[in-house]
Structure formats: C-alpha cells, structure tokens
Design a binder for this molecule. Structure first.
Ligand code: PMT
Length: 222
C-alpha cells in the first residue's frame, strides 16, 4: 500500500513470552499470550511498515508481517534481535522476556527425589536496553508491565534505558494486561503522555501504532 505514515519504515519487534529451559521437558515461562504484540504488528503493517517480528511461542495465527522469526528462550530472542537491529528504523519490545534463566539446564529430566528443589537463576540480557544503546540506533519503543506504581516505574524505565517511548500497562488485575482480550495503556515520552483507555487489544494496537507513527514522524522531521 502507498502513502501510509510508516511507508518503507523498517520495524523490528518482539512479542509473546519466552521459555527458559529447566531440563529437557520443563521450562520457566510467563502469561504473555502474544496478543498485544501480534495486534500491534498487524496495525503497523496497516500503516505501511515493513515488519520483522521475533516471537516467543504463542497459540496465535501468524500476522501478515514481512518476516516472522520463531524463538523460545530469551537468549534466542536476543540473538535474533541483535543480528537484525542495525538494519531497522524502529524497534518495539512487546515481548515478556524472562529476566532470569536457569544457570545450566539439566541434561536429563529432573527426578522428584528430594522434598525440596532449588534452581539457580542468572540474569538474561536486556534486549530492549541493548537496542536502545546502539549508536546510531533505531527509534526505540518499550512496554512496561507493572502490578503497582505503573507510571513511576514506566517513567524510570524510559529514562534509565534511554527509550523514545514507553507503553505502560497494569498487569495482574482482573482486566487488561496478560492473556486478556482487552488492555489499557499509558504511553509516555520525554515531555508528554497519552492515556489509551481499556478497549480490545486490536483497537488499542491501532491507536498505539498511530501514536508511534506520530512520534517517529516528529523525530524525523526534527
Ligand atoms: O501477550 P499478551 O498476553 O497480549 O500481554 C501483553 C503484555 C502484557 C505482555 C504486553 O503488553 C507487555 O507489557 N509486554 C512487556 C512485558 C514485560 O516484560 O515488561 P517488563 O516491564 O518486564 O519489561 C520492560 C521492557 O523491557 C519490555 O519492552 C520488554 O520487552 C523489555 N525486556 C525486558 C527484559 C529483557 N530481558 N529484555 C527486554 O527486552
């Protein structure tokens, strides 16, 4: 399609959960369904963007993106993103990336011998922060999933990670956030903010895509 606000803009994004292997049959995961990220990918395609989507495992049909890269763990997502990041104009981290992974996954299924079991965890790389630190780097959009103090923590992530925009959502409540069909976002940037109230993730993604295109356009006009 021609003359969309993101025509020929190369977008790289992440969506869905990651799975951190514990042993050959188990993993540590989280409640991300991928809906928010997939809806956003589709909305960006609708605005003309050329989208590469790096996704953790989801039950969703593939969105109509130019490139779909399926990964499982945070380390795989990190490698898939970093090998593509220097060629993109806009990066969006919608995935719920595990902050920690088991130090060393067991080679065999762990047996239930003892009454207690400890799994040592080590920090995963922060994909979003690494992309935001690239120079020259893309226009960078993060999400923030918080159960409390949503705006304060999101503003902190925006500044600490050096992002251009952050979309903050409340998670762990009855409506919105992980798994649900609906969501609400507070979008923050340096010097501004916008509330996108509770609605379906499909509609919300369209509104967020328009806002991202506006902020991206403003940056490139400057
Ligand atoms: O998938 P759904 O069920 O539709 O749910 C949508 C969602 C709640 C998962 C989504 O809207 C969302 O908020 N995604 C980000 C979830 C998250 O991991 O938030 P965070 O506050 O822990 O991380 C902040 C940002 O850093 C995110 O952009 C995240 O992608 C990124 N990150 C985090 C850790 C890490 N190791 N690497 C990262 O890139």
């Amino acid at each position: 399609r021609a003359d969309g606000p993101l025509d020929a803009v190369r977008v790289l994004m992440t969506a869905g959960p990651t799975r951190e292997p514990v042993d050959p049959v188990r993993f540590l995961g989280n409640r991300s369904s991928g809906r928010m990220g997939y809806a956003l990918a589709e909305a960006l395609v609708g605005l003309g963007a050329e989208v590469a989507l790096v996704t953790g495992p989801t039950a969703l049909p593939a969105p109509p993106v130019a490139e779909l890269v399926r990964v499982e763990s945070a380390l795989e997502m990190h490698a898939a993103v970093m090998s593509r990041a220097s060629g993109c104009d806009l990066f969006i981290g919608a995935a719920a990336v595990a902050d920690y992974r088991p130090v060393e996954p067991a080679g065999r299924k762990i047996k239930k011998d003892a009454g207690e079991l400890s799994i040592r965890l080590v920090r995963n790389p922060d994909i979003l922060a690494e992309v935001a630190a690239l120079s020259p780097g893309p226009f960078t959009v993060g999400f923030a999933a918080e159960t409390d103090r949503v705006i304060a923590y999101a503003r902190g992530k925006l500044e600490k990670k050096g992002l251009d925009l952050i979309a903050a959502n409340q998670v762990g409540g009855e409506r919105g956030g992980f798994e649900s069909q609906d969501n609400a976002l507070t979008v923050l940037w340096d010097g501004g903010s916008r509330e996108l109230p509770m609605m379906t993730k499909t509609r919300l993604a369209r509104e967020l895509a328009v806002l991202i295109a506006e902020r991206y356009g403003e940056r490139h006009a400057a």
